[in-house]
Ligand binder design. Structure first.
Ligand SMILES: [Zn+2]
Ligand SMILES: [Zn+2]
Length: 509
């Protein structure tokens, strides 16, 4: 009996397209610990049991424009440049994967600039290597490790290593014989359960940077290509919310140059990554909000920004004011008691000089200056660090001086009280100062008359005394005070005594 068979379906089976290379799954996509493109290349070579150089020379080379040498492939292919784009598209063509750009910083090409972005040498976290191997997972190179600003592992919070612990050599990111987790020179294992030797040197800033880049890599798949606009959007939001529209104040708060800040603010250029990070850190802006263009206005973020601005305000940065606001502040200051100085008012308003105040209202400024000078609180003529003196102290000092047989010069009293000049004393106690000056003049005239008669008498003596002897008779300790004597008589005495007495050549009249 003839058996009955089902009829065969002779339509051709649709065989999926085969990839030229193993289509191995990239590790850690969508997490901070995503694999790098160089790391993927190393694993791909290992999956084919060939050297990296063989994979490149025999398979990939022809597809890469301007390719020179397998030994000179830098970490930059993990970055944002055209070379990274070429490598990504080549790998995607050979593995039939469509998400390999997530192994580079290409999703953030509109936000991040190349300078200072990518490390030239290989860096790694020995504890990440070790824990992957201990758990039986594939060891791989993380994209974070190839970023120059990232100096610590955000998972273990320990510094990244960049020298082999066995041969102590620094390693290129990619070599002909690179293998995941192994030194490409001595082929020893780079992982370690122990923290690296530089443990404890990481700063809060480094930890923050590592975490920020980690968060950035997490959202790489959703990044929009409008970096400049988003930086601009966020900065406009911050300037509007926290510095009353003053860009300069916000630039100060961000610790960056005004020209750079204004350039980002206007959307004219993207920021160099180190400057961008510094600004974000100072203003407590999350790097991810620059990608999404959203300003996190949750209470925590607002409080962080407020704290950042207050810290800067203590350094003298205040919001901009228009002319009416300045005028109102000046009017208040002009009625203030005790009267403030104009520079003090300027400082309060956030200016380093009073120029802006004079432009706003010069008359009120002059009134403030007059009030301040009249108040006697001025300190521009006080020596640096001198304490404030009560008028009674100054008066007592002047009274004591006047009571002396020969009062002290007013400027010397002023100096001993901590003033640079005598004008604060003459302004406050004009009569007392005049009396001191008059008494000094009288005493000096009387001394001159006395000295003149003593000199005359000395000239008639035989032998004549020396100038020193006459000075001693008059009660002067030395000849130095003789300048106040009558010059003619003094000269005559000097000549006579030199001729007759001794060779006092040093006593020239
Ligand atoms: Zn780690
Ligand atoms: Zn080594």
């Amino acid at each position: 009996m003839q058996p009955n068979f089902d009829s065969w379906d002779l339509t051709p089976v649709a065989i999926p397209v085969r990839s030229r290379l193993h289509s191995i799954e990239p590790i850690g996509v969508g997490t901070p610990f995503v694999e790098s493109l160089t790391g993927y290349m190393i694993r791909l070579a290992a999956a084919h049991a060939v050297r990296v150089s063989d994979l490149i020379e025999h398979e990939l080379r022809a597809s890469i424009p301007y390719f020179h040498s397998a030994a000179k492939i830098p970490n930059a292919i993990n970055g944002v440049n055209e070379n990274a784009r070429n490598w990504v598209s080549t790998f995607e063509r050979f593995t039939l994967r469509d998400n390999l750009q997530l192994l580079t910083l290409l999703p953030f090409a509109s936000l991040l600039k190349t300078p200072c972005l990518i490390r030239r040498e290989r860096a790694w976290c020995p504890r990440c290597y070790e824990s992957r191997r201990a758990q039986g997972h594939d060891v791989y190179e993380q994209l974070l490790w190839s970023l120059r600003p990232v100096a610590v592992c955000p998972l273990h919070n320990t510094p990244l290593e960049n020298a082999c612990p066995t041969c102590h050599r620094r390693l290129r990111p990619l070599r002909a014989v690179s293998r995941p987790g192994l030194c490409s020179r001595c082929h020893q294992w780079l992982g370690s359960p122990q923290p690296p030797t530089q443990q404890g040197r990481q700063t809060d800033y480094q930890t923050w940077v590592a975490q920020q880049f980690g968060q950035l890599l997490e959202i790489a798949a959703f990044a929009q290509p409008n970096g400049k606009e988003n930086i601009q959007k966020v900065l406009i939001g911050y300037v509007g919310s926290f510095s009353a529209g003053n860009r300069s104040a916000m630039a100060e708060a961000a610790g960056c140059r005004r020209t750079s800040f204004c350039s980002w603010y206007k959307g004219a250029s993207t920021a160099r990554v180190d400057l961008l990070l510094r600004m974000c850190h100072e203003l407590r802006i999350e790097l991810t909000s620059l990608v999404t263009g959203t300003i996190p206005m949750d209470p925590e973020a607002v409080a962080r920004a407020e704290v950042a601005m207050q810290a800067r305000r203590r350094c003298g940065v205040f919001p901009q004011r228009n002319t009416d606001q300045i005028r109102a502040a000046l009017l208040l200051a002009s009625e203030e008691q005790p009267a403030p100085s104009i520079s003090e008012v300027a400082r309060r308003l956030g200016y380093t000089t009073a120029t802006r105040l004079y432009v706003a209202d010069s008359n009120t400024c002059k009134l403030i200056v007059r009030n301040f000078n009249e108040s006697g609180r001025g300190h521009w003529w006080r020596k640096r660090g001198a304490k404030f003196l009560d008028d009674s102290v100054i008066r007592r000092a002047l009274d004591e001086s006047l009571a002396l047989e020969m009062p002290l010069p007013v400027n010397r009293s002023a100096k001993s009280l901590g003033f640079e000049t005598e004008s604060p004393l003459t302004a406050r106690f004009p009569d007392l100062c005049l009396a001191i000056k008059a008494k000094r003049t009288n005493v000096q005239v009387a001394r001159r008359i006395m000295a003149a008669s003593a000199l005359k008498a000395a000239l008639s003596e035989d032998p004549p005394p020396t100038v020193e002897q006459v000075a001693a008779r008059l009660g002067y300790a030395s000849r130095n005070t003789t300048h106040i004597w009558e010059p003619k008589a003094l000269g005559a005495l000097g000549n006579v005594s030199r001729r007759n007495i001794a060779p006092h050549s040093q006593f020239q009249a």
